[in-house]
Design a protein around this ligand. Structure first.
Ligand code: PEP
Ligand code: MN
Length: 373
C-alpha cells in the first residue's frame, strides 16, 4: 500500500508527522518515506512494507493530509503502475526532463576511444541542438582480450569536452560499484561541466549488489537495460532494486533479446514492448536500436534496419533513443559494424521527427476516440 500525502504536506510537517505516527503504530507495518520531486511540487509518498491486509484503507484516506491511497498490485511496488494509480512520475536532471511524455536522443560513441572522435561527435550534436549523448568508458566484453574501455583515465577530458559543447547528460555504463565513485569524483574535480546517467548493461541487470549500490546514490539518474535472457517481469523487478534503495530517477531500456530467432539481427528487436512497459510501470522507456539490430544493413527501400527499428520504437511512444554513431566505424574499438555514420545524423534525426509526429497524431486520435466513448 502507498499513502500519498497532499502536495503541500510532507512528513516533516505537523500533519504529515501525525499520518506517519498513525501508520507506525500499526503492528507489522514499516512505513518508508519517499520524496518525489516533480516540476511543480515535491510529493511525499509513504510505502507500507509488511502485511497491509488488516489496514482500513478508508480510514487512512480520511486522515488529514492524505491525498490518496494506492493498493500495490505488482511486485515492483515503487515503479509499478498499480490498478488505481494516479501517481505522477518523471524527473529533471541537469535541466533535462525525463518522463513518459518526453523524447530525447542519446547519439554517441559505444566506447570512448580518442579525444578527436569524442569531440567530432559532441560538436555535431551541439550544432544540431542536441544536449545528450552516450559515451562508454567501462565496457563489458565477452572476450577478456578485447578492449575493455579507457576507464577512469578518459573521464576528465570527456566531461570537459561535454561542457565545452553544452552536453547536459552522458549515458555511461558502469560495471563495478567503484565506477560510480570514479564518475562522481571526476564530476566534482572538473566542476560539474556536464551530467551523467549511469547505465546498467544487459549483463548486469541481475547484478543485485551493483543495483543496490547504484540505487543508494541519489545524485545520478540510471538507465537500466532489459536483461537479454530473462523475462520482462524479472527485468522490471530488477529496476525495483534501484528504486527501493532510494533512487527513483530511472529510465528502462529495451535492447532486444538474445536468441537466434532474431537472426540475422544481433538480438530479437523487442520494441513492441514500449507500450507494455509504459502500461506496467511509471518509467520512461528508452530503445537501443544499435544493440538490438547490430548491423548497418539496409532494406531495398534504402532505409537501414537500425532506422526502421528506431522508427518502430518512436512511433510506439519511446521516450529516449540510445544509438551508436562513430566518425570512423572501421576504426571503432567496439561495435563498429553497428555504428551509424556522421553523415547519417541529420537523416536519422529527420526520420525520428517523422515517427514522433506520427506517434503524437496517433495519441491525439486515441484521445478523441476515448472522449467519444
Ligand atoms: C551498450 O549500450 O554499450 C551495451 C553494452 O549495451 P547492452 O548492455 O544492451 O549490451
Ligand atoms: Mn556496444
Amino acid at each position: 500500500m502507498i499513502v500519498v500525502l497532499q502536495p503541500d504536506v510532507n512528513t516533516a510537517s505537523e500533519t504529515g508527522r501525525k499520518v506517519l505516527e498513525y501508520l507506525r503504530a500499526k503492528p507489522g507495518i514499516t512505513p518508508k518515506v519517499h520524496e518525489v520531486t516533480g516540476t511543480q511540487q515535491v510529493l511525499s509518498e509513504i510505502y507500507l512494507v509488511g502485511d497491509t491486509s488488516t489496514l482500513d484503507r478508508q480510514e487512512i484516506e480520511s486522515l488529514p493530509g492524505v491525498g490518496s491511497v494506492v493498493k500495490v498490485s505488482r511486485s515492483y511496488a515503487v515503479l509499478g503502475r498499480h490498478a488505481d494509480d494516479t501517481r505522477s512520475y518523471g524527473f529533471d536532471y541537469n535541466g533535462v526532463r525525463f518522463d513518459q511524455e518526453s523524447l530525447h536522443v542519446f547519439a554517441g560513441l559505444c566506447a570512448v576511444d580518442t579525444r578527436e572522435h569524442v569531440e567530432i561527435m559532441m560538436k555535431a550534436l551541439a550544432e544540431r541542438g542536441l544536449y545528450c549523448t552516450r559515451m562508454g568508458a567501462y565496457k563489458p566484453r565477452t572476450n577478456p582480450y578485447s578492449f575493455q574501455g579507457l576507464g577512469a583515465d578518459c573521464l576528465p577530458w570527456v566531461f570537459e569536452l561535454a561542457g565545452k559543447h553544452g552536453i547536459k547528460v552522458i549515458a555511461m555504463e558502469i560495471t563495478h560499484d567503484s565506477h560510480v565513485d570514479e564518475i562522481l569524483e571526476t564530476l566534482e574535480a572538473t566542476g560539474h561541466p556536464t551530467g551523467v546517467m549511469l547505465q546498467i548493461g544487459t549483463r548486469n541487470t541481475q547484478n543485485f549488489e551493483l543495483l543496490k549500490v547504484v540505487g543508494r546514490q541519489r545524485e545520478l539518474p540510471v538507465l537500466i537495460k532489459r536483461g537479454f535472457g530473462i523475462t520482462l517481469e524479472e527485468s522490471l523487478n530488477a529496476t525495483e532494486y534501484l528504486a527501493s534503495e532510494g533512487n527513483r530517477n530511472i529510465v528502462f531500456c529495451l535492447r532486444g533479446m538474445k536468441t537466434n530467432m532474431g537472426d540475422p539481427h544481433r538480438n530479437f528487436v523487442d520494441f513492441s514492448h514500449v507500450p507494455v512497459v509504459k502500461r506496467m510501470t511509471l518509467m520512461p522507456v528508452c530503445v537501443d536500436p544499435s544493440h538490438s539490430v547490430g548491423t548497418r544493413a539496409a532494406c531495398p527501400d534504402g532505409i537501414s534496419d537500425i532506422f526502421h527499428a528506431t522508427a518502430q520504437g518512436v512511433i510506439a511512444g519511446a521516450n529516449m533513443v540510445l544509438v551508436d554513431f562513430h566518425p570512423a566505424p572501421p576504426h571503432a574499438l567496439v561495435d563498429g559494424p553497428q555504428a551509424l555514420l556522421m553523415n547519417e545524423l541529420d537523416w536519422f534525426l529527420a526520420d525520428i521527427e517523422i515517427s514522433r509526429a506520427a506517434y503524437l497524431k496517433r495519441k491525439e486520435r486515441a484521445a478523441r476516440a476515448l472522449a467519444a466513448d
